[in-house]
Design a binder for this molecule. Structure first.
Ligand SMILES: *Cc1c(COP(=O)(O)O)cnc(C)c1O
Length: 367
């Protein structure tokens, strides 16, 4: 059996460090706020090379809090890729705005900046690039369009801890970045968690206040905020795991290279494409079965061989029931087509090279 994800195995490899970090938090009673949260925020800001990091409850909250802090007019249109997890668009709706779905690039599957530009209207206030699967968006083009039209830029970094665009870490290339520490992400907590990164001290302060009942000091509530906090135990776990993250990311990159090498002769399959000016961190290794009618057969064969898989994501956002009323079902043909072709193969530091070779052999036989 080859697992898609194996968190218990990862825990076993760092058990002593994790156990002692968790009992430290309990010994000190530092459950909410306090030294463990600050230490992780500082370490993560340092890792992402941003001036500020604010721990929050989860990645969806991180997006919502940034959107709220940017204080855009109600019902602003916000550009977002059609191929992402629902949270990207959900945060836009929950903060009183309207998602406008954009198509993707055929090769690396991130937002197509020229398609995005074509969707801009008088009511467009922001764009939310998603560094999908760990591959950074074409930020230079995107930022130049954003600048031309006066748009705010909120990076959805939930899948891209440690990814780089032209040698710079993602997370504060635009106004702010939203990270998720959902357990299965490249840096995952032992429960929910998230973070906001940015370089603007005023925006950072506003995000921190929104996430903590509109206050900085204990009972000095300046406005109505909410409660969305990264807690002490999650922070301590994340701080331990952050020390291993570089090694784990490099392992992902080398396993991806191994997959690429051994699947390269399959001309009915499109392999993940990494642009040469980025550091792709392979949160997911996603292949496309170009003849979509064969996808179920491939999935069945993986199941028979006890090889884990996923589909990220089987339905493009405009086609979800939640968004059908926006009548954008047909405006993103490439994303719609891709949704029927995708298969995510096992990826992560739990895999051995032999595992990857076995998966490649299976796929070479089936296809
Ligand atoms: C996981 C994810 C989120 C949401 O993060 P949560 O911590 O689960 O709320 C947002 N956007 C993308 C692209 C994601 O993959």
């Amino acid at each position: 059996m080859i697992k898609f994800l194996d968190l218990p195995k990862q825990y076993q490899s760092i058990k002593n460090e994790i156990d002692s970090a968790i009992s430290d938090v309990i010994d000190k009673g530092a459950f909410i706020g306090g030294p463990f949260v600050s230490a992780f925020e500082e370490a993560f800001a340092n890792f992402q090379q941003t001036s500020h990091c604010i721990g929050v409850g989860n990645g969806t909250d991180a997006l919502e809090i940034i959107l709220e802090a940017l204080d855009m007019p109600p019902n602003s249109e916000i550009l977002v890729p059609a191929n992402s997890f629902i949270a990207s668009a959900e945060a836009i709706v929950r903060t009183g705005h309207v998602p406008v779905f954009c198509d993707m690039r055929h090769d690396d599957m991130t937002i197509d900046v020229s398609a995005m530009k074509a969707m801009i209207t008088d009511r467009t206030a922001a764009v939310m690039p998603v560094h999908l699967y760990g591959h950074p968006c074409d930020m230079e083009e995107l930022l130049s369009v954003a600048k031309m039209f006066g748009l705010r830029v909120i990076e959805d970094c939930a899948q891209a801890h440690g990814a780089e665009y032209k040698g710079q870490r993602i997370g504060a290339l635009g106004d702010a970045g939203a990270f998720s520490f959902y357990p299965g992400k490249n840096l995952g907590a032992y429960g929910d968690g998230g973070a906001i990164t940015c370089n603007d001290p005023d925006l950072a302060r506003r995000c921190r206040m929104i996430a903590n009942h509109g206050r900085i000091a204990k009972y000095d509530h300046e406005f109505v905020g909410r409660n969305s906090r990264l807690d002490g135990i999650q922070s301590a776990v994340l701080e331990v795991k952050l020390r291993h993250l570089e090694t784990w990311l490099e392992k992902r990159r080398s396993l991806a290279a191994l997959y690429n090498k051994h699947l390269s002769t399959l001309n009915s399959v499109q392999l993940p494409h990494a642009q040469n000016n980025v550091r792709h961190v392979y949160h997911l290794y996603v292949i496309r079965i170009l003849n979509k009618d064969r996808r179920d057969h491939v999935i069945e064969s993986l199941k028979e061989a006890d090889i884990g898989h996923g589909v990220h994501y089987p339905i493009a956002l405009p086609q979800l029931k939640a968004f059908q009323h926006l009548s954008q079902m047909e405006t993103t043909p490439l994303a719609n087509e891709a949704a029927a072709q995708l298969i995510s193969l096992p990826m992560g530091e739990h895999l051995s090279e032999a595992d990857v070779l076995q998966i490649c052999e299976k796929l070479n036989n089936v296809l």
